[in-house]
Design a binder for this molecule. Structure first.
Ligand code: BDR
Ligand code: CA
Length: 315
């Protein structure tokens, strides 16, 4: 039986690649997308989600639009536009979608879907955690109804990519992350510690584009600005497969090394706001609340990713 997933996302170049990977993975049944502010504005993330599903002939997957702003702090979408291009979809030219989001707000949609089938559905969250936090606050039964939550976010031993200490998704709504981390939902966290070991290179893009296909060209174009950013600011010719690596938690967990720890996020308002930390030494005596990936066979995951993209491109 494939794992039934609802994906909360802010597409976003690597979000788009995560959606492609889910749709090319028989181990997964992607049942809905909920959109959130993050890499770009909510109008753009929703538009990108719809355009992408139309491009991939996956019009049956509903999209519910979610929150436009973080709970407390102001948004930093300008930073996202530098990384993901002004539309959020790099240099792709997807046609304006004819699909529309469903009427229900993402927060209500999440509550409705998870309460209808308690402990049956897995939630993936690869953007700021605003929608998930509000679902937890709005419906007290929501947290117990989620079978498992896989999050791309945080930097445990690694430095941050938004501040020297904090990763973008968590730093973009640290208060939401604090609610989610302390909700009791069984959480698997995929932080920068592992995603930075999964680098898609320009040679990988060339290899994929030996197949003459709109999918191969899409992967090339959606990552073009992203790769330029990495070269300019981080000094390597490639880009990290942050959001796609969450999918490995289902399709190739053997590539990841997990440890269970008490993990929390700093919301004190100082320089380390948005920093995720694990209590490795058990100083707090608090029970482990998160299964966190701390190592990965990075190149093996990238190979798996390319193989799945090649299969999709050949269809
Ligand atoms: C995360 O931030 C976003 O820019 C990416 O889409 C990913 O979800 C990586 O820090
Ligand atoms: Ca994302």
């Amino acid at each position: 039986m494939p794992t039934r997933i609802i994906l909360d996302t802010d597409p976003g170049a690597d979000d788009a690649l995560a959606i492609l990977l889910m749709l090319s993975s028989p181990e997964i049944q992607l049942e809905a997308l909920t959109t959130v502010h993050g890499n770009v504005t909510i109008d753009k993330t929703t538009r990108n989600a719809l355009a992408l599903l139309e491009f991939l002939n996956a019009k049956n997957i509903p999209v519910a639009q979610g929150c436009s702003l973080p709970l407390v702090k102001p948004p930093h979408q300008a930073q996202g536009e530098v990384v993901h291009g002004s539309s959020g979809m790099g240099r792709t030219n997807l046609t304006e979608p004819t699909l529309k989001p469903i009427e229900t707000h993402a927060v209500d949609y999440l509550i409705e879907r998870f309460l209808a089938e308690p402990k049956e559905l897995t939630l993936f969250a690869v953007g700021p955690l605003t929608n998930v936090a509000l679902a937890i606050r709005k419906e007290p039964k929501f947290a117990q109804a989620v079978k498992k939550l896989v999050i791309m976010g945080g930097a445990i031993r690694s430095g941050g990519n938004m501040s020297p200490l904090a990763e973008f998704n968590i730093s973009e709504d640290p208060h939401a992350a604090h609610i989610v981390f302390n909700s009791g939902i069984p959480i698997t966290l995929i932080p920068l510690d592992v995603t930075y070991k999964c680098l898609l290179t320009s040679a990988d893009i060339e290899r994929l584009n030996k197949i003459d296909s709109p999918i191969a060209r899409f992967v090339r174009d959606v990552t073009a600005d992203y790769m330029e950013f990495y070269l300019k600011y981080e000094g390597f010719a490639g880009c990290a497969l942050h959001d796609p690596l969450t999918v490995a938690a289902i399709i190739a967990p053997e590539l990841l090394t997990f440890e269970s720890h008490y993990v929390n996020v700093d919301i004190s308002g100082g320089v380390s706001t948005g920093k995720t930390y694990a209590d490795f030494m058990k100083v707090t005596k608090k029970p482990a609340n998160i299964k966190v990936a701390l190592d990965v066979k990075g190149r093996e995951f990238v190979e798996l990713f390319i193989e799945r993209m090649e299969n999709l491109a050949k269809q």
